[in-house]
Design a protein around this ligand. Structure first.
Ligand code: HEC
Length: 262
């Protein structure tokens, strides 16, 4: 019983410590957070990453108290729809927006012998290797944020003096070194190397931010995601059984403490 109580206390300390750690963001993560939530980075200035991967819990349609964790498309949850609309609202993709809350834990896309299947990567089909590679795509996707090219995205960054300061402080990058993107989009990219460099760091900052927003809300997942080799299907089953038992034990402990007190 004493051991159980100790592990219960250790678990609470661990949870509090992780909650505290989550609040202390680096400047790069703060930049990533601003970028993740900035609708100006879509063509009609009406859609950000968080439009489809919200950061706050949302209520299900007709069930205001039945809230689901953030990181999915709130529009889909509220309306019961399967796919997201884009910056051009008449356009939509063909796949459902997954939670971005677990994305930081996805290993590189690879064949897993013990599972007998491909695992890892970003997107449903693993086509982006990591978070930076993933974050480069939605801006330019015509059914998502619909920006015509990287130069136009960089030009939107340049408009914002907070970004100008943060890019200078964090990456020693001068956003004003790149010209504003002209309309109509006919001219060739001026200074393509600088555009590429800024675009890369834009995606990197978002990836760094996403690492702080993991919504690991089950004990099994917390254990499975500890550093080291991923758990095999068999071990996951074993851990799951043990966890069910210890959950019951904790419940019994709480009941017995309550009885003692009354
Ligand atoms: C219009 C809605 C929409 C917008 C805007 C959007 N996404 Fe997504 N996101 C999706 C959909 C749909 C998928 C799945 C697409 C696929 O697998 O091909 C996805 C996949 C992802 C994934 C992969 C998660 C996984 O587990 O594989 C991540 C991470 C992600 N998006 C982050 C972002 C970031 C960062 C931005 C902003 C730069 C963004 N998304 C903008 C809809 C959106």
């Amino acid at each position: 019983m004493k051991r159980l109580r100790l592990s219960f206390i250790a678990l609470s300390v661990f949870c509090c410590a992780s909650a505290w750690a989550e609040k202390k963001l680096t400047n790069e993560q703060i930049l990533g957070s601003l970028l993740f939530q900035d609708a100006n980075l879509s063509w009609n200035r009406n859609q950000s990453c968080s439009s489809c991967h919200t950061l706050t819990p949302i209520a299900k349609m007709g069930k205001p108290f039945n809230r689901v964790p953030g990181f999915v498309d709130p529009g889909n949850v509220k309306n019961g729809t399967a796919v997201s609309t884009g910056s051009f609202v008449e356009r939509h993709g063909i796949l459902n927006a997954p939670s971005a809350g677990y994305a930081a834990y996805s290993p590189l896309f690879h064949w897993d012998d013990s599972e007998g299947l491909y695992v890892g990567g970003q997107f449903w089909n693993g086509r982006a290797t990591n978070l930076t590679g993933q974050a480069k795509q939605p801006f330019l996707n015509p059914v998502e944020m619909a920006m015509p090219n990287k130069w136009s995205v960089v030009s939107r960054l340049r408009e914002n003096q907070v970004y100008r300061k943060l890019f200078r402080d964090i990456y020693a990058i001068d956003l004003t070194a790149v010209d504003f993107y002209p309309k109509p989009p006919s001219e060739p990219v001026k200074n393509p190397a600088a555009v590429e460099n800024i675009y890369h760091h834009l995606a990197k900052a978002i990836g760094e931010f996403e690492k702080t927003r993991s919504s690991i809300n089950s004990m099994l997942n917390s254990i499975a995601l500890l550093p080291g080799k991923p758990l095999s299907r068999q071990s996951r089953k074993k851990v799951s059984t043990c966890l069910t038992m210890s959950t019951k034990a904790i419940a019994l402990l709480v009941i017995s403490v309550r009885r003692e007190k009354t």
